[in-house]
Design a protein around this ligand. Structure first.
Ligand SMILES: C[S@@+](CC[C@H](N)C(=O)[O-])C[C@H]1O[C@@H](n2cnc3c(N)ncnc32)[C@H](O)[C@@H]1O
Length: 649
C-alpha cells in the first residue's frame, strides 16, 4: 500500500525537492516500493488524469470519503478502473475498501466519460489515450477544453487542480539529431525512418499521434528531425547505438552558432555533461578538412562526468574529445599551454532550467477538486448567521496562507536567479580570458532575462570584454539558419536593464543616455540574441543563446565602444565626469565570494536530459547573505565601469 502513499507524497513534493519527477523518485533513498513501480503508476495516471478528474468529481467520492485526498484518490481510481490487477493492496486494506465501495459509481462515470468522447470501446479509448490523443477534459457542454498536457502554472510538482486551461495547445515533438559521426541523414531516412512520410509543416508533427509515421526535416539546423511527441524510438537500434541522439532543437543552436570553420583550432565545452552539445560540436568539427581539432570537455560533477564519458563514447566522439572529468572550468588557467590553441568556447552553464519542457510539464497531473461535504441548508444558514460582520470582512485565512507561500516562492526565485546570474557572468568572464579564443557562445535553457540578456549586457561592459575586445556576434554574421530564426532576445528586458543601469550611471558617474538611445541600444542587443519559446508552434523548449566574437585583425570592428556607438549613432550623449573608479575593491569582493558550487542531485537518465543541478548546497545561504549585502552596489559599479569608460572616451 506504500506504493500509493509514496507516489502521492512524491507528486505533492511538500519538501520542495528540486529536479524532475523521475529524478526525485530515483534519488529518494528510503522508498519501500520499487521506483520503477512508482514512476509507472504516476506516468500512467498522468495520461488518464483529465478523464479521471471528471470521474472522481462526478462520482462525488471526495465529498463522501473525507480521508481521501485528490492525489491519492486519482492514483487509486486509476488502478481500480484501468490496472489489470486493480488496486495493489490486500483486499481488506482500508484504502482499498474505501475506494472499492464506490466501484459501481466510478465505473458508471468512467463509461460516461468514454461515451462523451465518442469511443465505442474501452480498447479504442485506451489506444487513443496512449497515443496522446483525446484525453482532454470535457466541459459541461461536451466540448474539449484542452489537451492532456496540463499546465502547472509554475508549480514545481507538475500537479494542477484542473481548473485552469493548459498553457499551450502545442505538443512538444520528439527532436532527433542524426549523429553524422556514425551515419548520415540519408542513411537514416532509408533505414530507421523507412516508410515515414515527410511533412514540410512542423504543425503536422505537433498534432500527429504517437503512431503516425511522419517526420519533418528541420529548416534551421542541419541533420535534425522532428517526430510526433510520443513516437517511441528508445528501442531502435539507431538510438541504442548512438546513430541518432534525442536533442531538442533549441539545444542544437549553440554548437551551430559557434559556426566552426577552417580557421578554428581547439575548442572548449566548459559545462559539458550529459554531452549533447559536446557531441554536436564534435560532429561539426568532423566536417573540418584542414585541421583535426580537439574538444576539451569540462564537467565539474563526478557523477555527471560518468554520463559524459558514456555519451561521448556512444556517439563515437572519443578520439575528438578530451574529457576533463570532475574538473571545475573556473579553476582552469586560461594561459595554460594546453589551451593556447583554443579558438572557440561553448558555455552552457547551470541555469534555472525554467525553459525545459518536461521539467514541469513532464508528468502533468490534472487533479480533481476537493469537494466540500454536503451540508444541509439549515446548518448552512446557521453557520452563515453566526459570522460577525467583522469576521465576514476578514480575508479567508487559507487564502492568506497561500499568498504567503507565493511571496516566499517569489523571493526564493529572485534569490536563486541572482546567484545563478552572477555565476553565469563569472563563467563568461573566465572564458573571455583565453588568449587565442575568438568565439564564445553562451546559452541557457532558462526563460529569465536575469540569466540571459542581463548576463550578456554585464559581460559586454565588463573590463575583460573591453581589454580583450570582445563584442556581440551580430545577427547578420550568424550562420544562416540562426540569422533567419525570428525569435530574438527580449527587447523589453534589455531596455529595462539599460534603464536600471542608466539611472545608476547618472548618479554615480554623471553619465546620461537619452531615452531614445537607450531603446536603440536595447533593440540592438536583443536582435543579436536568440531566444526560443516553449509551448509554441515551433516545438522548442525555452532557450537562449548569444555569441561573442573578437577579430584580432580589425581593431575598429572589435572595439566594444565602437559597437555601442554603432548601435546608438555617433551623436550619443555621454557626459561622464572623470571619476576614477577603484576597481581593486570590487575585485576583492569577487574573490571573497568565490563560487562554492551547486549540488548536483539530479539523476541523468539519458543524453536527452538537459539537466541543471538544482541549488541546494548548504553553503549557498551563506553566499547569498554576503552577496545580497554587496550586490546592488557591485552591480551598478560593474556596469558603470564598462559603459562609463566608453562614454568618457
Ligand atoms: C546545463 S548543463 C550542460 C548541458 C550540456 N551542455 C549538454 O548539452 O548536454 C550544465 C552542466 O555544467 C556543469 N557545471 C556547472 N558548473 C561547472 C563548472 N564550473 N565547471 C564545469 N562544469 C560545470 C553541471 O554539473 C552540469 O552538468
Amino acid at each position: 500500500m506504500s506504493l500509493y502513499y509514496e507516489a502521492a507524497a512524491i507528486l505533492s513534493n511538500t519538501e520542495k525537492v528540486g529536479g524532475s519527477l523521475k529524478s526525485r523518485i530515483y534519488s529518494k533513498k528510503d522508498l519501500k516500493s520499487s521506483p520503477a513501480n512508482i514512476y509507472a503508476l504516476v506516468s500512467e495516471t498522468s495520461k488518464w488524469s483529465a478523464v479521471l478528474k471528471e470521474v472522481v468529481e462526478r462520482s462525488g467520492i471526495l465529498r463522501i470519503e473525507r480521508k481521501l485526498d485528490p492525489t491519492l484518490a486519482i492514483l487509486l481510481v486509476h488502478d481500480l478502473l484501468l490496472a489489470r490487477r486493480g488496486i495493489a493492496a490486500p483486499t481488506k486494506h482500508a484504502l482499498r475498501v474505501t475506494v472499492e465501495k464506490h466501484k459501481a459509481r466510478l465505473n458508471a462515470e468512467f463509461t460516461k466519460a468514454r461515451l462523451r468522447r465518442e469511443f465505442v470501446s474501452l480498447e479504442a479509448f485506451r489506444e487513443s489515450v496512449n497515443s496522446g490523443e483525446k484525453s482532454a477534459p470535457i466541459s459541461a457542454t461536451g466540448s474539449t477544453n484542452g489537451t492532456s498536457n496540463g499546465t502547472t502554472n509554475g508549480a514545481t510538482n507538475g500537479v494542477t487542480n484542473g481548473a485552469t486551461k493548459p498553457k499551450s495547445d502545442h505538443r512538444h515533438p520528439r527532436w532527433v539529431r542524426v549523429n553524422i559521426l556514425r551515419t548520415t541523414l540519408q542513411e537514416q531516412l532509408n533505414t530507421t525512418f523507412m516508410g515515414f512520410r515527410q511533412s514540410s509543416d512542423i504543425a503536422e508533427i505537433l498534432s500527429a499521434s504517437g503512431k503516425d509515421k511522419v517526420l519533418h526535416i528541420d529548416k534551421h539546423i542541419p541533420d535534425l528531425l522532428a517526430l510526433p511527441s510520443r513516437f517511441d524510438l528508445t528501442k531502435s537500434r539507431a538510438y541504442q547505438e548512438g546513430l541518432i541522439i534525442f536533442q531538442d532543437k533549441a539545444s542544437c543552436f549553440p554548437a551551430y552558432l559557434l559556426s566552426l570553420d577552417e580557421s578554428d583550432s581547439d575548442m572548449i565545452d566548459a559545462c559539458a555533461a550529459p554531452g549533447n552539445k559536446t557531441t554536436h560540436l564534435a560532429a561539426f568539427a568532423a566536417r573540418m578538412k584542414r585541421k583535426k581539432p580537439r574538444i576539451h570537455a569540462f564537467e565539474r560533477s563526478a557523477e555527471r562526468s560518468k554520463t559524459l564519458v558514456k555519451m561521448v563514447k556512444l556517439a563515437g566522439a572519443e578520439n575528438k574529445v578530451k574529457i576533463w572529468s570532475s574538473t571545475d572550468f573556473l579553476a582552469t588557467k586560461a594561459a595554460d599551454g594546453e589551451f593556447e590553441s583554443v579558438t572557440a568556447i561553448l558555455l552552457d552553464p547551470s541555469c534555472s532550467g525554467s525553459g525545459i519542457v518536461g521539467r514541469d510539464d513532464e508528468v502533468p497531473m490534472i487533479l480533481p477538486r476537493r469537494q466540500e461535504p454536503q451540508v444541509s441548508t439549515k446548518s448552512k444558514k446557521r453557520k452563515k448567521s453566526s459570522k460577525t460582520a467583522l469576521e465576514a470582512n476578514l480575508p479567508d485565512p487559507s487564502h492568506m496562507e497561500n499568498e504567503k507561500t507565493l511571496e516566499e516562492e517569489e523571493e526564493a526565485l529572485t534569490e536563486r536567479l541572482t546567484t545563478l546570474s552572477s555565476f553565469q557572468a563569472q563563467i563568461l568572464d573566465h572564458a573571455m580570458r583565453f588568449p587565442s579564443a575568438r568565439k564564445i557562445v553562451y546559452s541557457t535553457c532558462s526563460i529569465y532575462a536575469q540569466e540571459n540578456e542581463e548576463v550578456v549586457m554585464k559581460a559586454l561592459t565588463s573590463d575583460i570584454a573591453k581589454e580583450q575586445k570582445w563584442r556581440l556576434l551580430r545577427r547578420s554574421e550568424q550562420v544562416l539558419g540562426l540569422a533567419k530564426w525570428e525569435t530574438r532576445g527580449d527587447k523589453i528586458a534589455c531596455l529595462a536593464i539599460m534603464k536600471e543601469r542608466s539611472e545608476a550611471l547618472k548618479q554615480d558617474f554623471g553619465v546620461e543616455v537619452l531615452a531614445g538611445e537607450q531603446e536603440k541600444f536595447a533593440n540592438y542587443i536583443a536582435d543579436n540574441c536568440i531566444r526560443c519559446e516553449k509551448g509554441t508552434g515551433e516545438g522548442t523548449m525555452g532557450f537562449f543563446a548569444a555569441g561573442f566574437v573578437r577579430d584580432f585583425d580589425d581593431k575598429r570592428m572589435c572595439d566594444n565602444g565602437v559597437q555601442i556607438v554603432e548601435a546608438l549613432g555617433e551623436d550619443v550623449v555621454g557626459k561622464a565626469k572623470d571619476n576614477s573608479i577603484d576597481r581593486s575593491g570590487i575585485e576583492d569582493q569577487q574573490e571573497e565570494e568565490e563560487w562554492k558550487g551547486f549540488s548536483d542531485d539530479d539523476v541523468i537518465v539519458n543524453a536527452a536530459d538537459e539537466i541543471d543541478p538544482p541549488i541546494s548546497h548548504p553553503e549557498m545561504s551563506k553566499i547569498h547573505e554576503s552577496r545580497l549585502r554587496n550586490q546592488s552596489q557591485k552591480r551598478w559599479r560593474w556596469w558603470g565601469v564598462g559603459v562609463g569608460r566608453k562614454y568618457r572616451a
